[in-house]
Ligand binder design. Structure first.
Ligand code: ADP
Ligand code: ZN
Length: 666
């Protein structure tokens, strides 16, 4: 009987709301449809998740209108979103809202769909027809296809070094799924950074592919979503939210570069797309492939416990060697040359040699801007953002000091705002300075820079990569934007200006991120016939993350890192839930954090509670931030307990509480 309906609403209140189904709608109302319901003196959108005969409260209001003719959220996605709301602690309505295009959240019935991909095409070197697989690739494909055939849930961790042919395996597995009349979802990190990968799917499967990414304007996104729900598109390639695509008959999920932190959503619902992928595959009885050259500690650990099946690609296609990696100890450089230098002699010589041979070079530094801080030589003041606890970075192109957290900008002062002295000095290196120094040292080289500043104009990203591909550029300087997925066979040298930028971050994943990034960057060298070389400059040449990256030895890195994680009770040994208290007033923030901790101690038994302590960046956009960490072995027990506890929590006025389960960084 469809007398009453439980409605999920996308607001941060962790419950459902009951409404009466008017007689006239009884035949029309279905689970998974959008409705308009009266809520606090206005009409808002909700989603029907359940029907019932009885309502337990009085004064129940009626549903105003049913928006959809038929369900737009499948039973299957409802189940998935319910799991998300329980696992990442948000309301069911908030989780459901994350699965549909923005225009539908506003209650529209149909939208003028606009064609287009939202980003420019970038030339790819791959051909459209399948390759004859190597023996290693064949093995991997065979076991995945076996599970697809049997309609069995299973997670494979595909550990394959860069250019070992992982993507080709994905493509052929999808082909197999397609032949069975089933659909596939392929997750890739931040599409804007991996256009070449996306191209390979569209060039192999054409119109059958729907591409979902954040740069799509509303009407384009709706068009792709519609092609999926209507069954026209059989393969979805997209960033993390593509895991919610309304495909029917799912046969395979692929999570490429599964270690990427961009799979974690930073806003509500704060889900991890890799974990959602595993749950969705379980609900669909299909296999998942998690692929990476540098698997996350979590996944590799689970593989060791046989909870995932590890499959390997150990050789590069055509048996090409991995590039040789040299570590340059910049402390020695400092000692012998008696000054801080940006480039070691060996790096300069190698760049020159590559240029002489008409080869291409990539220079990597994971920090943008020109100088990274401004310091008064007289009184010692370091210029900071007024709204954030962060140091202002000098950007040469815009002649301004910029906050990298809130984008506050100001002209650089000539005199010190504290002591009125005129000794403001600029220190630290960003990509802008690297570019200008390279231009000075190699005046005849054609140079471009790629970071979020240089590519903020639409299309410039594609243009720079296109020019580099055509060899109209000799040297490309960039941040992590140039680390991922790019395939330029003429690049024989990759230089890392300072590998310690990520290593020194206050984050338990700092070593992992450094290892991943160095491995990725190194993978850009030597993809062609001429081989390749990588030079890593560092002040910490003995660190295991740098040493094992230089030897392309993931397992050595894993063995070292897993020890540290165990000692410190970090993932994968314990799950972390981070509670952040924010307010505009420092004292109020601190007080509220301590009170919340006392409250949690009473409510949560057998869960380790750490803190409260200020966030690594303790103030952002005028909000002071303090954290409390919960640590425990069993995520679902922790989440259930916390969810229950928070129902009784009375938050002080003016304070914001956010909860992040399995945070990507600290
Ligand atoms: P990965 O995804 O591991 O980086 P790719 O799938 O991109 O590796 O493969 C690297 C290169 O080798 C690509 O240019 C791809 O087209 C090519 N390739 C992949 N598999 C084969 C194969 N079996 N035979 C020949 N070339 C291949
Ligand atoms: Zn700021």
């Amino acid at each position: 009987m469809k007398k009453f309906a439980d409605i999920a609403i996308a607001i941060p209140i962790d419950r459902l709301f009951t409404y009466r189904v008017p007689k006239t709608f009884k035949n029309k109302a279905e689970i998974g449809e959008r409705v308009f319901v009266p809520f606090r003196n206005r009409d808002i959108i909700g989603y029907i998740v359940n029907f019932k005969d009885k309502a337990d409260t009085k004064g129940i209001k009626e549903i105003k209108r049913i928006i959809d003719e038929k369900p737009i959220i499948s039973k299957h996605l409802l189940e998935l979103t319910k799991w998300i709301s329980e696992t990442y602690l948000c309301s069911w309505g908030q989780a459901i809202a994350a699965t549909i295009p923005g225009v539908l959240k506003k209650g529209k019935v149909s939208v003028k769909a606009r064609a287009g991909t939202g980003f420019e095409k970038i030339p790819v070197s791959t051909e459209t027809s399948p390759h004859t697989l190597t023996t290693e690739q064949e093995e991997v494909l065979k076991s995945v296809l076996f599970k697809i055939e049997k309609e069995d849930y299973k997670t494979y961790l595909l550990h394959g070094i860069t250019a070992s042919g992982k993507t080709e395996v994905y493509l052929q597995a999808i082909e197999g799924v397609l032949n069975k009349g089933k659909t596939s979802i392929v997750l890739v990190p931040e599409i804007a950074l991996t256009p070449q990968t996306v191209e390979r799917f569209t060039s192999r499967f054409g119109e059958k592919v729907a591409v979902m990414h954040s740069a799509l304007v509303g009407s384009m996104r709706y068009r792709e979503w519609k092609r999926i729900i209507d069954g026209e598109a059989k393969i979805v390639v997209g960033a993390r939210s593509a895991i919610f695509s309304p495909v029917k008959n799912l046969g395979l999920i692929i999570v490429d570069e599964e270690h990427e932190t961009s799979y974690k959503q930073e806003d509500v619902p704060r889900y991890h797309a890799r974990d959602v992928a595993l749950m969705r595959a379980r609900l669909s009885n299909c296999p998942v492939i998690l692929g990476s050259a540098t698997p996350s500690l979590e996944s590799f650990y689970l593989a060791g416990k046989k909870r995932l099946e590890l499959v390997r690609l150990t050789k590069r296609i055509d048996d090409k060697d991995l590039p040789k990696v040299k570590i340059v100890d910049m402390r020695m450089e400092l000692a012998t040359r008696k000054k801080l230098v940006m480039f070691s002699k060996i790096l300069i010589d190698s760049i020159q040699k590559a240029l002489d041979k008409r080869q291409q070079v990539m220079i990597f530094l994971n920090r943008r801007g020109f100088s990274t801080y401004v310091n008064c030589k007289k009184c010692g003041l370091v210029l900071k953002c007024k709204r954030c606890d962060s140091v202002l970075v000098y950007h040469y192109e815009t002649k301004s000091l910029v906050c990298h957290y809130c984008n506050f900008r100001m002209p650089p002062p000539d005199i010190c705002p504290q002591c009125r002295g005129s000794y403001m000095k600029y220190f630290g290196i960003g990509t802008e300075k690297v570019e200008s120094e390279i231009a000075r040292l190699f005046p005849r080289a054609r140079i471009a820079r790629m970071d979020t500043d240089a590519t903020s104009k639409r299309g410039s990203h594609a243009r720079i990569l296109g020019e580099f591909k055509k060899h109209n550029l000799d040297i490309l300087v960039g941040t992590q934007m140039i680390a991922k997925g790019l395939d330029f066979p003429r690049v024989t040298l990759v230089g890392v200006v300072n590998s310690d930028v990520t290593l020194n971050l206050p984050d338990f994943r700092a070593s992992e991120r450094t290892f991943n990034l160095l491995t990725q960057v190194a993978g850009r060298a030597g993809r062609g016939e001429e081989g390749g070389e990588v030079i890593i400059q560092t002040y910490a040449p003995g660190h295991y993350a740098i040493l094992s990256a230089s030897k392309h030895d993931y397992e050595k890195f894993y063995r070292e890192e897993i020890k540290t994680r165990d000692e410190l009770s970090f993932p994968p040994f314990k799950h972390i839930i981070r509670l952040t208290i924010r307010s505009r007033n420092e004292k109020r923030t601190i007080d509220a954090s301590h009170k919340l901790k006392d409250f949690l101690i009473k409510k949560l038994k057998d869960i380790e509670i750490v803190g409260p302590a200020p966030s690594p960046i303790s103030k952002v956009r005028g909000f002071f931030r303090w954290n409390i960490l919960l640590k425990g072995k069993n995520r679902s027990i922790m989440c259930q307990a916390l969810r229950k506890a928070l129902k009784a929590y009375r938050k002080p006025a003016g304070v914001i509480l956010t909860i992040d389960v399995d945070p990507a960084s600290m």
